[in-house]
Structures are given as structure tokens and as C-alpha cells.
Design a protein around this ligand. Sequence first.
Ligand code: OOG
Ligand code: MG
Length: 255
Amino acid sequence: MKPSKAEIAAQLDDAARMHRPIKQLSLQDQYSLDEAYEIQAISIDRRLGRGEQMTGYKLGFTSQAKMEQMGVHEIIWGRLTDAMALGNGGNMNSKRFIHPRVEPEIAFLVERDIDRELSLANISDYISQMAGALEVIDSRYMDFKFSLEDVVADNCSSSAYVIGAWQALSDEVGDIDLEMVINEDQRVVGNSSAILGSPLNALVEMSKIMARNEITIPSGAVLLAGAATAASYIHAGDEIRASFDRLGSVSLQVA
Ligand code: OOG
Ligand code: MG
């Protein structure tokens, strides 16, 4: 019999907590995209039930590089909690992850509750700050392989994030050169324009998605616009630094 959404949510939540991957759902049973988002919501409720607090939302697959790397070609969204937040320059314990990957991101801080669809013209009434960021993604599926529905149910692989120093929001966010260096030998370069032409378009998209789902994004929430580049695997001992034009740098040590 096909497991219930609550059972799947528990499996995904346990996989994250025990750092033990599970088989892709879609190789066993079919779940619709709506069901996948319901599974995601239930799995986050489990986290909130353990005392975690929501900190924001993220988008995924907003750039060609990410879509091609993972073979998923639709924009997805997920939820962030305080247990995922790491300090800039801080450490992450790789033993608490399955097969973590890191990607440079641009983050935004919500200043006023977003309870409607935004347009490029009124974004700055709701969002006042931007920052460079790193996102650590860690699929709960074996071999980091998934379908669209699988990854949505798995809260879009969300597992940790690091935010750099906040700066005033500016239109220049649409043209920020960025580079991520791992141990001085692995280097990924990109530009924020790879994110739907500009991360500002990602914010408009995010507001539309949330309006459709009748979710108000509260002031104080952090939003991740999605990576401009492909993600890189990381391992104990790695040092990661992402540098952004105008936004400074963000770093993370893997212990
Ligand atoms: C899914 C998460 C995608 C992004 O920035 O595009 C994402 C994954 O790649 O595992 O976070
Ligand atoms: Mg991401």
C-alpha cells in the first residue's frame, strides 16, 4: 500500500536527523506536486514541533546551471528554519549531513509583511536589504537523485545556510559577479543575472507563489533567490569562501 503523506514526511525527517539517505519516492509510488508540497509542510511541522522556528523561504532551480545539474526544470520553493542557520565564518559538522553540497546565493531580508504579489516597482517597499550567502543542500535521497516531486517533498534539499553582512537593497543586485572557492583549488564563478535575469525577478516569483498558497511572508524573514551556479560537494576539512561584488564575502569551514 502507498504510504501516507505523514509517513513519507516522517521518513524524510528521520533521514535528515539520522543522516541516512532513503530511496527516491518516485521509484516506488507516484505523488502529485500538490501532495509533495503537503509532505514538505508536514515534515516542517515535525521540526517546528521539536522547537525549531521558521526563518524564511527559498527558491530552487531559478538558474539554467542548477536546472541542468539536477535535471529539474521547474522553480520550486522550500522553508528555512533556525536550525539551518550557520554563522558567517563558522563551522558545520559534516557528520550531521549525508552528502552535502554548497552553492553561492543572494539573500534578502523582508522588512514589511509580504501579503500580496509584488512587482519590480514595489519590491523595495517590502524588502530593504540584501546579502551574499552560502546554501548547503543535502538531499535525503540516495545518490542525490530525485524527481521534481521527490525534491519538493524533501523541502528542496534545504539543510543549512550562511548569510553575509546585510547591505541596502539596490537594483545592482541584478548584476553581481560572484565566485566560490573551495580550498583554493576548486572555483565556481557566476553572475546574479543568471537567476531569472535578476534575483529581483525571483522575489516577484516568490511573492506570486506565496500569494497563491495564501502564505504571508513575515517581516524579518530571510529569502534565498536560488543559486546562480551549479553546487559543489563538500567534505570534512574543506574551507569555502564565496565573494560577491558589492556584497563582500561569506565563508564556512567544514569540520
Ligand atoms: C534542490 C535545491 C535547489 C537552488 O538554489 O536551486 C536550490 C537541489 O539542488 O538539491 O537550492
Ligand atoms: Mg539553493
